[in-house]
Design a binder for this molecule. Structure first.
Ligand code: SF4
Length: 353
């Protein structure tokens, strides 16, 4: 059987067009229907004579979990390697729709508050696997007459640990012949890898970046994000300054509010001092409990609001993230972890003599 050609493989597609003697317009039409209008597969390829040679998807939809309380949907996909990853569709009341994509299976940052970080070693997703999350979510939204507006790399994984595949995915998302998605509507969230943040800003100045800061006390940060041991707060601050100079727009600072850990008035004052002189937008994140971290508790709403007021009073643009999908986050986040452990155990049995 002839090898299939990925729809993202420019040279392969050109070769397929040539040997199949197709008009360039036929290829363009198929890609536009699929990647710009997010038509379903059969409609997208209906007048494409070499449809059986196309590799459209590399992820298999494993399960869909719809929130019963708001407009969030978690999509669980199975990779070719048999592992599960998740993407989250966030339908916001104003009609805006955001997709949160994964860049890895598991994550080496090992954050104390995150189920993904407890999965163990990370595996990188290919750029095709990143893009297929966008395509399949876009197709789902098209059936609801909704458009995908924002793409955020805030799902499973540290995007800058998969830098080349991230950058290829960004290029293909922006490509006028493919998704043609504005880079200004994409956000990459990192736990803070200073060199990579600056490299990304230089290569993709329009792409928004978010830094998961969570504390400006090194020992607290290291507790919450073990990977933070490798980078000092000073290096991170330097990187934020570089981003401001290169991008000329604010960097988002994410700050998870944890009772008794980083939410005191003194923490707010330290944060204000640390951010002084930087162009940032602080996003306070209410904490959703996970089974693996019973020691962590969310800051009460009144204290969270008071913390936000202190920051605002000091002149910092501050928002509190309205979080969607709390009911499905626990159910499915845990599920991915459990299923992936079982799959990894099976795989290790297979390779053990
Ligand atoms: S970087 Fe993100 S995905 Fe990785 S462990 Fe931390 S919170 Fe979880």
């Amino acid at each position: 059987m002839e090898k299939k050609v990925s729809i993202y493989d420019r040279e392969g597609m050109e070769e397929l067009r040539r040997v199949s003697r197709l008009d360039p317009q036929v290829v363009r039409g198929m890609r536009n229907r699929l990647l710009k209008r997010f038509c379903d597969d059969s409609e997208a390829v209906e007048d494409f004579p070499a449809a059986d040679r196309l590799a459209i998807h590399c992820l298999e939809m494993f399960r869909r979990c719809d929130s019963s309380i708001d407009g969030a949907t978690k999509l669980l996909f199975r990779t070719d390697a048999g592992m599960l990853i998740e993407s989250v569709v966030l339908r916001i009341a104003t009609g805006r729709t955001t997709l949160c994509v994964s860049s890895q299976v598991g994550c080496a940052a090992a954050c104390e508050f995150c189920a993904t970080g407890k999965m163990g070693v990370a595996q990188n997703l290919s750029s095709e696997e990143i893009l297929d999350q966008v395509l399949q979510a876009g197709q789902l939204l098209a059936t609801e007459d909704r458009k995908l507006r924002n793409i955020v790399f805030m799902g499973m994984g540290e995007p800058f640990h998969n830098e080349e595949n991230l950058y290829r995915a960004l290029e293909l998302l922006a490509d006028g012949e493919l998704f043609h998605h504005p880079l200004t509507k994409i956000l990459v969230s990192t736990v803070g890898i200073p060199d990579a943040m600056v490299r990304c800003a230089k290569r993709f100045p329009e792409v928004n970046q978010a830094l998961s800061l969570h504390s400006v006390r090194q020992e607290v940060r290291e507790r919450l994000i073990p990977l933070a041991k490798r980078y000092s707060l000073e290096e991170l601050r330097q990187a934020l300054g570089d981003l401001n100079r290169i991008q000329q727009k604010p960097v988002m600072i994410e700050y998870l509010m944890l009772a008794g850990i980083n939410d005191t008035d003194e923490d707010a004052q330290r944060l204000i001092a640390w951010l002084d002189g930087l162009d940032v937008h602080v996003n306070l994140i209410p904490y959703n409990a996970i089974d693996d971290a019973p020691q962590l508790m969310a800051t009460e709403q009144a204290e969270r609001d008071a913390f936000a007021d202190v920051l605002k009073h000091a002149g910092l643009t501050t928002t509190i993230r309205y979080s969607l999908g709390n009911d499905i986050a626990a159910a499915c986040g845990q599920l991915v972890k459990k299923e992936n452990r079982a799959i990894a155990a099976e795989l290790s049995k297979e390779i053990t003599p």
